[in-house]
Design a protein around this ligand. Structure first.
Ligand code: ATP
Ligand code: MG
Length: 441
């Protein structure tokens, strides 16, 4: 993309209610625009990152055997009356009446709707287990929307819903999501720690919130430092291997990790002192098993092999897709701007032409652009006539993983400058070597 033809409304001033780094940086880089309390437009740069995250989530859900679909944002109140949540949900639910005086709502989550879809079509054990997911906008009328898109009112969530014949089978569905979440966040370049969470009315140990450690986090968290070093299952993890699934979960749960609500001071103090981490965290995902909470009142039943009718066991699994954009920035920035991890960067590399009106400089910069474009690296090409200082500052602020600077002096000696944003390391190289390095070859 040529910067001169793109739309990145970079700005110096941010409103005073932007108190945390990610909120400030998303406004300064023109990633989002607030349209109302907790309601945002995703401008081109922000939209690119959001799409990348959505795609990572999609690939990892698919790998774990979940099946993508799409449910609407608007729902009929009647389904929620069946589950009993229409009255229970409270003020966070945005209620709407249509022209025929029907009660509707903007979905804050989709358990009722998916359970209705499931019960309409699935009648036999043969279709189980199944896990259906979508990535759709949600609305929750949060009392205090803040921190930009991190606690918005309208936000993008990936929500998956599993259906299984028994509690044991539901445990397997749960473990698959547990492992998939570890891979998902790992690919985004963040360390999300699964922490014991409140399981709600059913009890049991099948409820985890995934949190990343950040000073700006809203939750107080406690964990054993050792949990940070457990590697993610990885791309070749076998989701059909039941022993591997069980092992993945115990690898982490052997170490203490809990949010404030589940914190056990005695257990925490039993950890060696140099491994006790008391920090703040941002919740980026939440998985839990809820048994027959929805299938019971909504009569989601299937016939077993023996011909008996049984109520299915469900679980739901959320990722705050839009919140992840902010969480990644919280975890990865410096005083000059954002430092995008490679997999989620809006563009793979930036090219700065120092003198776009000098033919020899323009030729090398154009070549760098054409080559990276052809190689699928999606470069952002700053060929504007702005001054050098502001150009560098802007590229640094946007925070692409690599920067290639083409200037008159280098062009004379046949080199460009390659800089890695994360480390600040710079070197003068031939254009070919620089491109090879960016391509990781
Ligand atoms: P929180 O405790 O942060 O309010 P929650 O427990 O209400 O979250 P869930 O219902 O588990 O959230 O939703 C799944 C995920 O959606 C959360 O883990 C979080 O990442 C994201 N999420 C929830 N509320 C918001 C919000 N207001 N803005 C952005 N993302 C959100
Ligand atoms: Mg939660």
């Amino acid at each position: 993309m040529r910067l001169s033809r793109y739309f990145i409304p970079v700005s110096k001033d941010v409103p005073s209610d932007a108190t945390i780094a990610s909120h400030k940086l998303m406004l300064r880089t023109g990633m989002v625009r607030q349209n109302g309390a907790g309601i945002y437009s995703w401008l081109p740069l922000g939209f690119r990152v959001l799409k990348k995250i959505e795609q990572i989530v999609r690939e990892e859900m698919d790998r774990a055997g979940a099946i993508e679909m799409l449910m609407p944002t608007l729902q009929q109140a009647d389904l929620w009356r069946e589950s009993g949540r229409y009255d229970d949900y409270g003020e966070e639910m945005l209620r709407i009446t249509d022209r025929h005086d029907r009660d509707m709502l903007y979905g804050p989550t989709n358990e009722e709707m998916i359970t209705d879809i499931f019960r309409s079509f699935v009648k036999s054990y043969k279709a189980l287990p199944v896990n259906l997911y979508h990535q759709q906008w949600k609305f929750r009328d949060e009392i205090r929307p803040r921190f930009g898109i991190m606690r918005g009112r309208e936000f993008l969530m990936k929500d998956a819903y599993s259906f299984a014949l028994s509690e044991d089978a539901a445990r397997v569905s749960y473990q698959k999501m547990f492992a998939a979440y570890l891979n998902t966040f790992d690919r985004m370049g963040i360390t999300a720690i699964p922490m014991q969470a409140d399981p709600g009315p059913i009890g049991g140990d099948l409820s985890h919130e995934f949190l990343i450690l950040a000073d700006s986090g809203e939750s107080e968290v406690y964990c054993d430092k050792a949990v940070l070093d457990v590697p993610a299952p990885g791309a070749d993890f076998d989701f059909d291997d039941l022993n591997a699934l069980e092992a993945e979960m115990s690898k982490r749960t052997q170490y203490y990790a809990a949010t404030e609500e589940k914190h056990d001071e005695a257990a925490f103090n039993a950890i060696p002192a140099d491994r006790q981490v008391k920090a703040r965290g941002i919740e980026v995902g939440h998985i839990f098993y809820f048994g027959t909470k929805y299938s019971d009142p909504m009569k989601a039943e299937v016939q077993t092999k023996e011909g008996d009718l049984v109520t299915i066991h469900g679980g739901s699994y959320g990722v705050g897709v839009s919140r992840c954009v902010g969480a990644i920035i919280e975890a990865s920035h410096d005083e000059n701007g954002i430092i995008w991890p490679d997999e989620v960067a809006p563009f793979g590399a930036g090219i700065i032409s120092m003198k776009p009106d000098a033919n020899d400089v323009a030729a090398v910069a154009d070549e760098a652009y054409a080559k990276l474009l052809a190689a699928g690296k999606d470069p952002l090409y700053d060929e504007t006539s702005d001054r050098a200082g502001p150009k560098f500052a802007r590229m640094e602020l946007i925070g692409l993983p690599w920067q290639i600077t083409v200037g008159p002096r280098g062009v004379k000696s046949g080199t460009v400058e390659l800089k890695r944003r994360a480390t600040g390391e710079r070197e003068d190289l031939s254009l070919e070597s620089a491109i090879n390095k960016v391509m990781g070859t």
